[in-house]
Design a protein around this ligand. Structure first.
Ligand SMILES: O=C(CO)[C@@H](O)[C@H](O)[C@H](O)[C@H](O)COP(=O)(O)O
Ligand SMILES: [Zn+2]
Length: 196
């Protein structure tokens, strides 16, 4: 196949996936925005985790909440659990890599906080362990997933929210996740600032 064909094929797949997501994800995104807004209005916080590109998404989301998205407003409390190399390496070295987020959830999480768990496959062991820790500490979970939800989806309970990108490709799921993160920021800003 010509390189230009591959380029066009990637764009076409992205557009189709985004169109499918617009149809299937409006409801869980609305629920998640309300959940996050209620959490902030109650004075509680978000903890956000994921691996690789999803670690970047966790940091991206936290920065838009703590600092700002498109409008000036008071900062909103959100912590990416992916950023402190001393904490991450100590937990991985002394315990296990699958505990790097769970231990932070147990230490930093308080009942009523929300864990945002990001995994395109739903099979990252450290994200699954973080969800189990969230359950113990009575945090709600907003999960950004893909494929069939993997081993993550069955861990969720009725109070949790799954936003599942309708694709089997990690790259396409990550692209959906970033759009979802920006929509959540937009909805939160509009509600907080009374923008229509
Ligand atoms: O960004 C990419 C691929 O686009 C990779 O870094 C990817 O995030 C990593 O392979 C992750 O370990 C995948 O984890 P997950 O989404 O399956 O939980
Ligand atoms: Zn990537």
């Amino acid at each position: 196949m010509l390189l230009q064909d591959i380029i066009h094929q990637n764009f076409a797949e992205t557009i189709e996936t985004q169109q499918n997501a617009a149809l299937s994800l409006a409801e869980p995104i609305e629920q998640a925005a309300q959940c996050l807004l209620d959490t902030f209005l109650a004075g509680q916080k978000l903890l956000i985790c994921g691996n690789g590109g999803s670690a970047a998404d966790a940091q991206h989301f936290a920065s838009e909440l703590v600092n700002r998205f498109e409008h000036e407003r008071p900062g909103l409390p959100a912590v990416a659990l992916t950023t402190d190399s001393s904490i991450l390496t100590a937990i991985a070295n002394d315990h296990a890599y699958d505990q790097v987020f769970a231990r932070q959830v147990r230490v930093l999480g308080q009942a009523g906080d929300v864990l945002v768990a990001i995994s395109t496959s739903g099979h990252s062991a450290n994200v699954l362990e973080a969800i189990k820790a969230a359950r113990e500490r009575e945090l709600r979970v907003v999960a950004l997933t893909g494929r069939d939800g993997g081993a993550l989806a069955p861990l969720l309970c009725a109070r949790d929210i799954e936003i599942r990108a309708p694709t089997g490709r990690t790259a396409r799921a990550q692209e959906i996740h970033l759009v979802v993160i920006h929509i959540l920021c937009d909805l939160i800003d509009r509600q907080l600032l009374g923008i229509r």
